[in-house]
Each structure stands twice: as structure tokens, then as C-alpha cells.
Ligand binder design. Structure first.
Ligand SMILES: [Zn+2]
Length: 304
């Protein structure tokens, strides 16, 4: 073979090379750039890895029959998630199941591209499934008033509906859905067990619990909408009671997490600084105070 032919063959990529990731157009918002700053992927515990960015959670669970991905971030987070998955030595095309916390552009926006890259089943609550198929939250979302254009994200054609308490499995991995409505009517938190040898822990990916809304929306209801307060408080009670050794959230707090990861590196084999069985209860308490404040504000506004 002459030199030119040899050079030509060397330049052609092998057929099993990963295809380039095809992202959807970026979503533009005030916090998007800061949220989407990259973060190194890392093993959380056992078969569970962090593949999200600085401000938006995404979790990968490895099984003997493919991968589970929790959340897809913004449309522009999807290629970062893809890169993190590959950096850990896994393959994006091996994702079999993608689940969602809530159907807003910053957690569901990257799902469509990740689904296309993998052929994975996408699953969410009944409300969440409708919103993801719709490419934006439904009319009864507290943030619907921000407008269709602001709220829109790439839609997924077919989303599997998951009931409260239902467990989904991929190979030897299983995750359970917990309805935690409030931030959206379809908000869902996810739990699973993960083991390192004999040691098994309860992991939680808790959905947003903040009472954020567009102008004019009332969590305590108005002439045309019933109050959401009781179901929101029930969701907070659910989160407080979740089996919870390691908690990750939709908007992770990397100041705290990075400090704990540094501690972990310093003392390998010691108690894991990421383990905090009180974390879900503490999150529920903080979120209850925020809801109390919101309810008090709405009561003030209602008074003539
Ligand atoms: Zn949201």
C-alpha cells in the first residue's frame, strides 16, 4: 500500500466512533448561562453518577441492561450531559430510560435531544407527560403566565405516564416516582437504592419545591382556580419522609457538594460526607418556611 492510501485510511474514522451529538437550539434566559456552566462528572455512590452542570441536576444510573438518566437540563445542557456520560466511560446511546422532575425548560429542555441520541423511553407524571409532549407547561402551571414563548422547550412525541409510587426498572436498576406537586402540578421526586458491596444506601433526586409563579397566580387559589396549598403541603410531608441517605436536587448546591467531595478525597474510606440522612427533612422544612411566607403574602394581597 502506498503512503497516500495509508494516510487516507488513517484519516477515515472507524465506523464504531460515537456520532456527533445533535443538540436543539439553546434556550436564552437570565440564569441560563450560569446554570449551564460545566461541572466534572463524578460517582455519587455505587451505580449512580452526576452528569449535570453547575446549576441544573442530571443523574445517571448504570444497570446491567443500559442506563437511566434523570433530567436533561436546558437544550444546551444536553451536549454537556452527553460529554459527561462519555467521560465516565458510558455511552449515551445506551440510555434506556429518561425520567423528568418537572416539565420546565431548565430540566426537560435537553430531553428531546438525549432521547433522539439513545432511543430511550421518556417517562413522567401524567401532567408532566402532557407538558413534555406539548413542548411547554400546561395552562394550570404557576409559571404559565410567563408566556408560551418564554416557557417553550423541545417536545418529545411519546412520553410514558408514571403513577405516584410506581417503580420503573432497567435491568437490575429500579427507580420509584413520588408525586410532589407544588412547583408544578406534575412535579415528581425519585428514589432508588444503590449498593457498594454489602453497603446499600437510599438515594433521592428531589424536585423543586419553591412556590415560584408568574404575576397574578395564587397558590391559595382565586375565583377561577382552586387552592394548591393542601397538595403542596402534602408534597412537603412526602419529601420529609422519603428514605434519604444521599440527596440531590434539581438545582444542586455545588458550594456545599464540592466542599463535601473535597473532604471525601482527603479521607477516603472514612464516613462519606455526601451521606446525610437528615437532608430530605431539612429540605422539606426550608421549603415549608418559603411556602408559609408565600401564603402569608397572598393573604395580605387578598385583604381589601
Ligand atoms: Zn421549574
Amino acid at each position: 500500500m502506498n503512503l497516500l492510501v495509508a494516510l487516507f485510511i488513517a484519516a477515515v474514522p472507524a465506523p464504531h466512533t460515537t456520532p456527533a451529538f445533535k443538540a436543539d437550539p439553546a434556550h436564552v434566559c437570565g440564569s441560563c448561562e450560569a446554570w449551564n456552566a460545566p461541572h466534572e462528572p463524578f460517582r455519587i455512590f455505587g451505580n449512580t453518577y452526576y452528569v449535570g452542570v453547575q446549576g441544573l441536576g442530571a443523574i445517571l444510573i448504570h444497570s446491567d441492561a443500559g442506563l437511566i438518566l434523570l433530567d436533561g437540563g436546558l437544550p444546551q445542557t444536553a451536549p454537556r450531559i452527553d460529554a459527561s456520560i462519555r467521560k465516565l466511560g458510558f455511552r449515551t446511546q445506551d440510555i434506556r430510560l429518561i425520567v423528568n422532575s418537572h416539565a420546565h425548560y431548565d430540566h426537560a429542555g435537553g430531553i428531546a435531544a438525549l432521547q433522539r441520541a439513545s432511543g430511550a423511553t421518556v417517562a413522567a407524571s401524567a401532567w408532566g407527560a402532557k407538558a413534555i409532549e406539548n413542548g411547554g407547561p400546561l395552562e394550570d402551571d404557576p409559571q404559565a403566565g410567563f408566556g408560551k414563548e418564554t416557557n417553550a422547550f423541545p417536545a418529545v412525541k411519546k412520553v410514558k405516564v408514571v403513577a405516584d409510587g410506581e417503580t420503573l426498572t432497567v435491568g437490575n436498576a429500579a427507580i420509584t416516582a413520588h408525586a410532589t406537586p407544588g412547583h408544578t402540578p406534575g412535579s415528581t421526586s425519585w428514589t432508588w437504592r444503590s449498593c457498594e458491596g454489602e453497603r446499600c444506601l437510599n438515594l433521592v433526586y428531589a424536585d423543586s419545591l419553591t412556590p415560584v409563579s408568574a404575576e397574578g397566580f395564587r397558590f391559595t387559589g382565586d375565583a377561577t382556580h382552586p387552592s394548591r396549598e393542601a397538595s403542596f403541603r402534602k408534597a412537603l410531608a412526602t419529601v420529609a419522609e422519603l428514605p434519604c441517605d444521599i440527596l440531590f436536587r434539581t438545582h444542586p448546591d455545588f458550594e456545599a457538594i464540592d466542599a463535601r467531595l473535597a473532604e471525601r478525597k482527603k479521607a477516603p474510606g472514612g464516613p462519606d460526607p455526601l451521606v446525610d440522612p437528615g437532608a430530605c427533612r431539612a429540605l422539606a422544612e426550608r421549603s415549608t418556611r418559603a411556602l408559609d411566607e408565600r401564603v402569608a403574602e397572598e393573604a395580605k394581597e387578598k385583604r381589601p
